[in-house]
Ligand binder design. Structure first.
Ligand SMILES: *Cc1c(COP(=O)(O)O)cnc(C)c1O
Length: 385
């Protein structure tokens, strides 16, 4: 694998400059039909590209850049992060299998497992995200995969992925992980025992809030399974979306550093506020996941949780309504700051939370302006009480 730092890989990987007259960026290929020069070419391997759905220079440029960042054998790009999750799970699980899913998973992942996956005969069991090597006790003869997400959606627990992977691999169970928060710039999931690393590229990979995209990257042992399911189900991401996604990759490392700086400034300030019960952000030394985060991750991105002290409904509305910079919107990972109420669901474990839980995304604005915006929000909250 490449020895270069992620900053360098993000800038250089996936280029096809020589094939494109020296043009730095691979152009947008919009195509279904690819014309062959002869009958022999249609049957043989003479052309690298055969039919739109099977890949174009646009899609290969983007996928090979993600492959290089993740250090994987094969990446496929799909039309959303949720589709990447469904595709990765269905690429490994068969009817009659048992799937272990972290109780801290992204909400729609849970819905997919409980509804659609169940319909296909796969049983999902939720496990404590902090279980670590204890996952061994939950492995059954028909367990096919352990699915991780670190940190967890909305509640931000850091998982001991190497311990989980060691226990799973001892029983030939696959390990899947949602790597959307860290991206391979901050967490090289495959190096820590993950077999399929999943991202919602809609977030940091694209980074500009204008594309829906998902990626799945397989190590060598899982490459064929991923390629087979991806090919059989006709998945593909069009040229315009792959182009924009790859353009996002070029600035990924510098954007993430700024998101991290801003999130650190905001979370440090928030921990001093009387309105705040606790801040959920693994880069803070006070965070319960800090030690494992420090061991495995090389940085922390811009998304974090805040548990407020209990407040009235009207005070909470006053807080939310009136921000100048924090937008009220789903998604995250774009250049802009966002805030949402965090409605999480648990079935295997309890997440103790007395006041309202909220989720913030620190965008690329100046931290001082973001802090002033939150300070004004707390003032509105006091007035609305
Ligand atoms: C947003 C998100 C997804 C889903 O991605 P989409 O591109 O919106 O489908 C998956 N996992 C995590 C952790 C997310 O935050």
């Amino acid at each position: 694998m490449s020895k270069e730092k992620p900053d360098t890989i993000a800038v250089s990987a996936g280029r096809m400059t020589r094939e494109h007259f020296g043009v730095v960026n691979t152009p947008v290929y919009r195509t279904s039909t690819i014309l062959h020069p002869s009958l022999e070419s249609m049957k043989g391997e003479a052309l690298p590209y055969k039919y739109g759905r099977r890949g174009t220079p646009s899609s290969r440029s983007f996928e090979s850049a993600i492959e290089a960042l993740e250090g994987g054998a094969r990446c496929v790009a799909v039309p959303s992060g949720l589709n990447a999750i469904a595709t990765a799970i269905m690429a490994v699980c068969n009817a009659g299998d048992h799937l272990l899913m972290t109780d801290s998973c992204y909400g729609p992942t849970r819905l997919f497992c409980d509804k659609t996956l169940k319909r296909f005969g796969v049983e999902t069991e939720y496990y404590d995200p902090l279980i670590g090597g204890g996952i061994a006790a939950l492995l059954r003869p028909n367990t096919r995969a352990v699915y991780c997400e670190s940190p967890g959606s909305l509640t931000f627990e850091i998982q001991d992925v190497p311990a989980i992977a060691a226990a799973a691999h001892a029983k030939e169970v696959s390990v899947l992980l949602d790597n959307t928060w860290a991206t391979p710039v901050f967490f090289r999931a495959l190096d820590y025992g993950v077999d399929l690393s999943i991202m919602s590229g809609t977030k940091y990979i694209n980074g500009h809030a204008d594309v829906m995209v998902g990626t799945i990257t397989a190590n060598e042992s899982h490459r064929k399974r991923l390629e087979a399911f991806y090919g059989d189900t006709g998945l593909f991401l069009g040229g315009d979306d792959t182009y924009l996604s790859l353009r996002g990759v070029r600035t990924l490392a510098v954007r993430l550093k700024r998101h991290e700086e801003n999130a650190l400034a905001l979370t440090r300030w928030l921990t001093t506020r009387p309105e705040v019960a606790r801040v959920l952000y693994p880069a803070l030394e006070s965070d319960p996941g800090h030690a494992i985060w420090k061991r495995d991750f090389s940085g922390s991105s811009g998304l974090f949780g805040v548990e407020l002290k209990p407040v009235s409904k009207s005070a909470l509305s006053a807080f939310f309504n009136g921000f100048a910079h924090f937008g009220l919107g789903y998604s995250w990972g774009g250049f802009e700051s966002l805030i949402i109420p965090a409605d999480f669901k648990r079935t295997a474990t309890k997440f103790q939370c007395d006041g309202p839980l909220i989720r913030l995304h620190a965008g690329l604005e100046a931290a001082e302006d973001l802090i002033a915006d939150l300070e004004a929000g707390f003032a509105r909250m006091r007035e609305g009480a």
